[in-house]
Design a protein around this ligand. Structure first.
Ligand SMILES: CC(C)(COP(=O)(O)OP(=O)(O)OC[C@H]1O[C@@H](n2cnc3c(N)ncnc32)[C@H](O)[C@@H]1OP(=O)(O)O)[C@@H](O)C(=O)NCCC(=O)NCCS
Length: 213
């Protein structure tokens, strides 16, 4: 039986250790820490995943305020010794179900195309739609996006269509404390709320679920 434990101040170091085990090459120290102060402008939430007494993986979601219909899977993975036992599938399904409960229309993720066979095979096995990401303004060309509909009946998947993903900016901002940067953009936040009031509602729902977990 899998248990999901929200990442918080008390278990942050443990969560970072698990993140490092799952992603030894891409590990970034501050993403999880930033999520602790998640705000409506940049919503981000993570969970440690436990089987019995052992922590075996990590998962998370975030979204871009300018693309409010789409939830993105974040730092999802299983530590090497627990792979190929069906845990990835279960963790993925629970994270997807959570995104649906929050009212998102699409569930997406992006990942590397090169040297990533197991991960690509995993997402293909989940019946996700695959598309290359290659917008003119982004340097990250070896990226593939996988998408899944969150609608209970309409399973047709809406393509991402090369909208800009801010990958470079995310990396830079996460190195320089993304939240501090975002918090300064108060005017931007007000504009976002006026344009997309559903974001505020979603944030409230998310905070509610977070308190319950
Ligand atoms: C991708 C990952 C989460 C899969 O987790 P997992 O627990 O091994 O996956 P599961 O055991 O649930 O596998 C489900 C299906 O995915 C496919 N799959 C998973 N790993 C595979 C591999 N190495 N080769 C081929 N297919 C694979 C299979 O179809 C598998 O079903 P099967 O075992 O019945 O054949 C795991 O490999 C991982 O953590 N990788 C490193 C982190 C990462 O890349 N995360 C994704 C970031 S975008």
């Amino acid at each position: 039986m899998l248990k999901f434990v929200a990442v918080n101040k008390e278990n942050l170091t443990l969560a970072q250790e698990i993140q490092k085990k799952v992603f030894p090459k891409e590990y970034q120290n501050d993403t999880l820490q930033n999520s602790l102060n998640s705000s409506p402008e940049y919503l981000s939430q993570f969970w440690l995943v436990k089987v019995g007494k052992k922590f075996i993986g990590l998962t998370g979601i975030y979204y871009y305020p300018q693309y409010p219909k789409d939830a993105w899977l974040n730092w999802f993975g299983v530590i090497p010794e627990f792979r190929r036992k069906g845990f990835g599938r279960k963790i993925f399904n629970r994270t997807y179900a959570y995104a649906r409960r929050l009212g998102f229309k699409n569930f997406r993720l992006y990942t590397d195309l090169k040297d990533n066979a197991a991960t690509l095979a995993f997402y293909k096995s989940r019946g996700m739609k695959e598309e290359r990401y290659s917008p003119n303004q982004d340097d990250f060309t070896d990226i593939v996006i996988f998408s899944k509909s969150c609608h209970p009946f309409k399973r047709k998947i809406v393509s991402w269509g090369n909208k800009y993903l801010y990958i470079q900016e995310q990396l830079l901002l996460s190195q320089n404390d993304m939240l501090n940067c975002v918090k300064k953009k108060v005017r931007l936040s007000i504009l976002i709320f006026l344009k997309h009031p559903s974001i505020f509602l979603r944030f409230c729902r998310m905070s509610f679920f977070r308190k319950k977990s």
